[in-house]
Write a protein that binds this ligand. Structure first.
Ligand code: C2O
Ligand code: CU
Length: 431
């Protein structure tokens, strides 16, 4: 923090080598290290400035996924950082406490840059959440988990050859958690908070414990839910986050798994998109004595419903193949404009048997319906990325506030990174 109170971060993107598996080290890319990046953390009301330095052999960018900020600070494909250059965005944190993340967003190369290891969490805090009795000791009972699938070649190098049958890019057959292969966590408290990020390029995870114990979902992409909600399975598509509370008993060992995800597509599509795949994600090893915890609050934070009676515009987005509304991304074409402060309803459709989701920059939105159903309770909070199944259009409500710029667009796109790179992305300005 400097004299004026600005919180300053340095992020240095560079190639490295990481010992992930026995044998040869894996060539990776990282922020401030060989692989992945540090967890950045800031509080509502703070001004943050990031010095993003690029020592990669390629042009990149760094996008603050889930962050409400001016388009020029967003780190999308228009905020390129050339090799040896430094980009210094600055903005004020003005949104609820949440688990956000950051990753490169250079047009056409996002999949490669993320796959090489460029990703990190950006945790936001606020007083409201501090006042709830939730586990919040980082790395002790508040655990960040960046979960990614990777494929390795015979020499331990990352293999990003796209899967020809799926059309969704690479699906890895091994799992890394915070860059670690075959991970375990020593548990010292009865209850642990997990901040889950599906940081995969294409794979959908369906999290659950091997003994089927329930866990409590307390947060979605953009902050805490209005109330905790107990589940045994939680599906997250690429880019989505969730915060969970899980209870342990002394001396036990239990595994967090990913069960076969329900992709709601046909037999062949499902299989080629990972619909049959299961993985062990992380083993928890509880100590013989565990620190006691408070009970879980009945109410978390208010999530005031966006007033859709006031909606002035409805837009439809059709995802088909690598196109959005029949066009592929063109850096020189603004696809639409929204007016600041207008409440809008977007209806998003997946016209393929393929897997898609949908992410919108700058805002946290609310899911109104999935097909003809209301969203499940764990998706009833703030979201910036939502799964979109074939045959079940998703309606969301959103409102762009505070920032307008006729010349600099935000993005909306499928977060299957191969789809995004192929052009399943549009750009819009806020006026
Ligand atoms: Cu996580 Cu447009 O990206
Ligand atoms: Cu897609």
């Amino acid at each position: 923090v400097d004299d004026s109170g600005t919180r300053i971060f340095d992020l240095h993107m560079a190639p490295g080598e990481s010992r992930i598996k026995p044998g040869s080290p894996t060539r990776t890319w990282g922020f401030n290290g060989d692989h992945l990046g540090p967890t950045l953390r800031a509080r509502r009301g703070e001004v943050v400035r990031v010095n993003v330095r690029n020592s990669l052999p390629e042009t990149s960018s760094v996008h603050w996924h889930g962050m409400h900020l001016p388009a020029i600070m967003d780190g999308g494909p228009h905020q390129s950082v050339e090799p040896l250059d430094t980009w210094t965005p600055e903005w004020t944190i003005d949104q609820p406490a949440a688990t956000l993340w950051y990753h490169p967003h250079p047009h056409g190369s996002t999949a490669k840059h993320v796959y090489q290891g460029l990703a990190g969490l950006f945790i936001l805090d606020d007083d409201e959440v501090d006042n709830l009795d939730l586990p919040d000791e980082y790395g002790v009972d508040d655990i960040p988990l960046i979960i990614q699938d990777r494929a390795f070649d015979g020499d331990n190098q990352l293999d990003d050859a796209a899967n020809l049958f799926s059309g969704i890019g690479v699906l890895g057959d091994e799992i890394l958690v915070n860059g670690t292969h075959s991970p375990y966590l020593d548990v010292t408290t009865r209850r642990v908070r997990l901040r889950l990020l599906n940081g995969s390029n294409a794979r959908v995870f369906n999290f659950g414990f091997a003994d089927d114990r329930p866990f409590v979902v307390i947060g979605s992409d953009g902050g805490l839910l209005p109330a905790p909600h107990s589940l045994r399975r939680l599906q997250l598509s690429p880019g989505e986050r969730a915060e969970l509370l899980v209870d342990f008993t002394p001396g036990e060992t239990v595994v967090l798994r990913s069960y076969s995800p329900d992709l709601r597509t046909d037999f062949f599509e499902s299989r080629s998109h990972g619909g049959d795949d299961t993985f062990d994600i992380l083993q928890f090893r509880a100590a013989d004595t565990l620190t006691d915890v408070e009970s879980i609050p009945d109410e978390l934070v208010p999530v005031p419903a966006i007033d859709i009676e006031q909606a002035v515009t409805t837009r439809t987005f059709e995802m088909a193949g690598y196109s959005l509304n029949r066009e592929t991304m063109d850096m020189n074409r603004i696809d639409f404009a929204v007016n600041k402060d207008d409440i809008e309803i977007w209806e998003i459709e997946n016209q393929d048997a393929s897997v898609h989701n949908f992410h919108v920059h700058d805002v946290q939105f609310q899911v109104l319906s999935i097909g003809d159903q209301p969203p499940p309770p764990h998706e009833a909070g703030w979201k910036d990325t939502v799964q979109v199944y074939h045959g079940s259009p998703v309606r969301i409500a959103l409102q762009f506030k505070d920032f307008s710029d006729p010349n600099m667009p935000y993005m909306c796109h499928c977060h299957i990174l191969y789809h995004e790179d192929q052009g399943l992305m549009a750009q819009f300005v806020v006026l």
